[in-house]
Design a protein. Structure first.
Length: 86
């Protein structure tokens, strides 16, 4: 589970302490600020900045996931096809 802010992470830890090891910040594995600022009410530029922040963190998230699991591209696609054929 990837969340945007440390506050989101704290809330999930509070309600689901048994899953706290599965909750990470989107930018936890990236350089720079760890939180992705919430763009609600801040206009289009804030949403673009938010999208860019999340997008820039995706490679680091994928790198982390590949080191934490035995998931390969082949098994990952097979598992995904089982739940979402399209």
């Amino acid at each position: 589970v990837f969340v945007m802010t440390a506050d989101h992470q704290r809330l999930l830890d509070l309600f689901f302490p048994e899953a706290s090891h599965k909750v990470h910040l989107i930018r936890e594995f990236s350089k720079g600020p760890r939180d992705v600022p919430d763009p609600i009410g801040l206009g289009k530029r804030a949403y673009i900045d938010c999208k860019n922040s999340i997008q820039s963190a995706l490679k680091d998230i994928l790198d982390y996931l590949m080191t934490q699991t035995t998931l390969t591209e082949e098994t990952g696609l097979t598992a995904l096809t089982a739940v979402d054929p399209e």
